[in-house]
Write a protein that binds this ligand. Structure first.
Ligand SMILES: Cc1cc2nc3c(=O)[nH]c(=O)nc-3n(C[C@H](O)[C@H](O)[C@H](O)COP(=O)(O)O)c2cc1C
Length: 392
């Protein structure tokens, strides 16, 4: 399996699964070493303040079992810094190692997966994993396709946040639509003021209760549902990104589309650009006396031009599919006997992934931005540009 590292200069590597540590329960080792998630962050500058509490704060946002909307899993997601930080809580420049043991690996859960290990859940990764990894496939709780995998991304994103906070760059994500129920357009100020004010993390406080009630109604039927998360980035300097393969919106899209259950992405006006004429789509410019900078009358571009940040607000939306595990009988195949079977999974699930996926989205965007920022600062230090270009 390849592709467990994200980033070129600021590199976040993750490993770990959901329940496979259950097979080490007989070993004479502390239970926190049975299994869990690990993150190694390479490329962290020395002298960044980083504590386990700072990482824990981010992990607590995606922890299951916090509201009636979540899966009843009991993971505490307690974080331990393993390396790269010295006693005064400052990074040393060495790789930052982070460990998050799984504490909810009961034999019952392993048994549930054991009984269904040949029957692939529709919408989940089992069928492709089975074909790809054969008899070695991790069939307990979906292995690397488990939502647990995102814990280690959030830990890496917390390190990125510690760096971005110093740079005044803010990333925020929230629910803008759930199962067809839409929030009104949200400004950055509203997003900040109403962040995490309700279980669905929708800053439109008038619409959030309807979204939450709908998810609970959907849960009662054994079904699940999806929705849309919006992300805003404020404080990006102009020029981050590389103009070809590593366009900033491409590396951010890479990070976001690599999250399980994310099936679509829109940048700025997104798919609406297809309905516009050119002059309408173009973001016209003006000279802003107050800031002494070029500004834009609109932001259909979503904060990017030519693959580089344009200094405007970054606005991105991602579509999240309904949680694949449903309590509804579905047709599938028993891959051992090749027989058509009906499956009604009994494992724990979230009725909607929206309340738990937004911190993962924030993490991936932060990691992509720190990576781009480091490359930008590196090149700009070596380039002898006429200072007049700093005046636009
Ligand atoms: C935070 C998070 C939690 C998730 N929890 C579950 C879950 O409890 N049950 C489930 O069936 N899928 C869950 N998923 C979704 C699956 O991981 C994902 O749909 C599956 O791996 C198939 O990948 P794909 O949808 O990207 O094709 C979760 C995803 C995320 C990001």
């Amino acid at each position: 399996m390849n592709g467990n590292t994200f980033g070129r200069v600021f590199r976040v590597t993750t490993c770990g699964e959901s329940y496979s540590g259950g097979f080490r329960k007989e070993l004479d080792i502390p239970s926190c070493l049975y299994g869990g998630l690990m993150t190694i962050v390479d490329g962290v500058p020395a002298g960044i303040k980083l504590t386990a509490d700072m990482i824990q704060e981010e992990l607590n946002k995606r922890k299951p079992g916090q509201s009636p909307l979540d899966s009843p899993r009991l993971e505490k997601d307690l974080v331990y810094i393993f390396s790269g930080v010295m006693m005064d809580q400052m990074t040393t420049g060495a790789p930052v190692g982070i460990v998050i043991p799984n504490n909810d690996i009961e034999n019952l859960h392993i048994g549930q997966y054991h009984d269904y290990q040949e029957a692939a859940r529709p919408g989940h990764a089992e069928i492709t994993y089975m074909k790809r990894y054969g008899q070695y496939n991790d069939w307990v709780g979906a292995g690397r396709a488990s939502g647990r995998e995102t814990v280690s991304r959030v830990a890496g994103g917390a390190v990125a946040k510690a760096i971005l906070d110093r740079e005044g760059i803010d990333v925020i994500a929230y629910t803008i639509e759930s199962h067809g129920i839409k929030a009104k357009p949200i400004t950055y100020e509203e997003a900040k003021a109403n962040y995490r004010k309700n279980d669905i993390n929708c800053p439109d406080l008038a619409v959030a209760p309807a979204m939450e009630k709908d998810i609970l109604d959907v849960r009662k039927t054994g079904e699940t549902c999806g929705g849309i998360i919006e992300l805003l980035v404020h404080g990006l300097p102009v020029g981050l990104g590389e103009p070809c393969f590593d366009k900033l919106e491409a590396t951010i899209a890479h990070g976001l589309m690599s999250i399980g259950a994310v099936k679509g992405i829109e940048v700025g006006a997104g798919f609406k650009v297809a309905e516009m004429v050119g002059s309408e789509c173009n973001d016209e410019m003006y000279w802003d006396e107050e800031t002494g900078r070029v500004r834009y009358y609109s932001n259909n571009a979503g904060g990017f031009l030519g693959g580089l940040s344009n200094g405007d607000e970054v606005r991105i939306r991602i579509a999240v599919k309904p949680t694949p595990t449903v309590d509804v009988v579905q047709r599938t195949v028993d891959c051992g006997s090749h027989k058509n079977v009906e499956l009604s999974p009994i494992t724990r699930r979230d009725a909607s992934l929206l309340p738990r996926i937004y911190p993962v989205c924030e993490a991936m965007v932060r990691i992509a931005i720190v990576d781009a920022l480091m490359q930008f600062k590196g090149y700009r230090n070596m380039e002898d540009l006429d200072p007049k270009y700093d005046q636009i």
